[in-house]
Design a protein around this ligand. Structure first.
Ligand code: THU
Ligand code: ZN
Length: 141
């Protein structure tokens, strides 16, 4: 599957977006290391806070199906405006993906980034393990 195919899958998820508040549809497609693709859309709620982002939905579908290794992510919006994953989604991606993850953003020309470029110096599991000197659970405070 080439980059345009993955973007097309992300575009296909736009139809399912539930966006009564923003009217801004976002679609995502994430490819696993075995080539399986999971799509996601944004799903809004009346309290706003519980709203799910398209990238989160795609990652949740993939992880809940047993996949934790990813190679590429494609993101689009109904405006085809080159939307990039927000800060929260970047952190969610960093939980499972390395800095080399390719992120394709849909625009007149596809914009390509890496996760490392979009989220440099991310906090990670290593940060916490280093801080605990490998003794997580032994702290008294
Ligand atoms: N949105 C996403 O789905 N992904 C992002 O990373 C950026 C924002 C959604 C959330 C909300 O439903 C709408 O776009 C407007 O912010
Ligand atoms: Zn987001």
């Amino acid at each position: 599957m080439d980059d345009q195919d993955l973007l097309e899958q992300a575009r296909g998820a736009l139809d399912s977006a539930y966006v009564p508040y923003s009217d801004y549809r976002v679609g995502a497609a994430i490819e696993t290391s075995d080539g399986t693709v999971f799509t996601g859309c944004n799903i809004e709620t009346a309290n706003y806070s519980n709203s799910l982002h398209a990238e989160e939905t795609a990652v949740a579908k993939a992880v809940s199906a047993g996949h934790r290794e990813f190679t590429r992510l494609a993101v689009t919006s109904s405006a085809r405006d080159g939307v990039t994953p927000c800060g929260m989604c970047r952190q969610t991606l960093a939980e499972f993906c390395g800095e080399e993850l390719r992120i394709l953003c849909d625009d007149d020309d596809t914009e390509e980034y890496t996760l490392g470029a979009l989220l440099p110096a991310a906090i990670s599991r290593d940060t916490l393990e280093d801080a605990n000197d490998g003794a997580a659970g032994d702290r008294k405070d």
